[in-house]
Design a protein around this ligand. Structure first.
Ligand code: FE2
Length: 133
């Protein structure tokens, strides 16, 4: 998946972090396609996702709550659901690295399309409209 100009919502910090997420998705695609057992590469992607949830979500949520964003409740609930899904996926017992990589990849791709490109776009438009960035 190549980064496209249309993926930019116009808020620099948000766009940069979304781009970083796509880079990690591409790294994961490379791992899954190559079918090599790359534990280190997989862990690197996992660590990025954990850090992404901690930092990126917190920044977005801080904007939402401090500026009375009307869609905040659903947006924050989506973040919490994603964190729950990730925890579940990463704690899967008896799954090998290959299966986990594939699961993680499909979850991240779905997240990118439904959340990053849609839900986060509404937030960016709100920030731009109210000039709160
Ligand atoms: Fe978000």
């Amino acid at each position: 998946m190549e980064w496209k100009k249309e993926y930019e919502h116009g808020i620099l910090w948000q766009d940069v972090q979304h781009h970083q997420l796509l880079d990690q998705i591409n790294e994961l695609i490379r791992l899954v396609v190559s079918e090599e057992r790359d534990e280190k590469g997989f862990n690197k992607v996992v660590n990025f996702v954990i850090q992404y949830c901690n930092n990126h979500f917190k920044i977005e949520e801080a904007y939402m709550t401090s500026h009375g964003y009307p869609r905040a409740k659903n947006h924050i609930a989506a973040h919490h659901q994603f964190i729950r899904d990730m925890k579940k996926l990463l704690s899967m017992e008896g799954e090998n690295n290959k299966e986990k990589s594939q699961e993680l990849l499909s979850s991240l791709m779905e997240w990118f399309v439904t959340h990053v490109l849609e839900t986060d776009k509404y937030l960016a438009q709100f920030i731009l409209k109210h000039k709160v960035s």
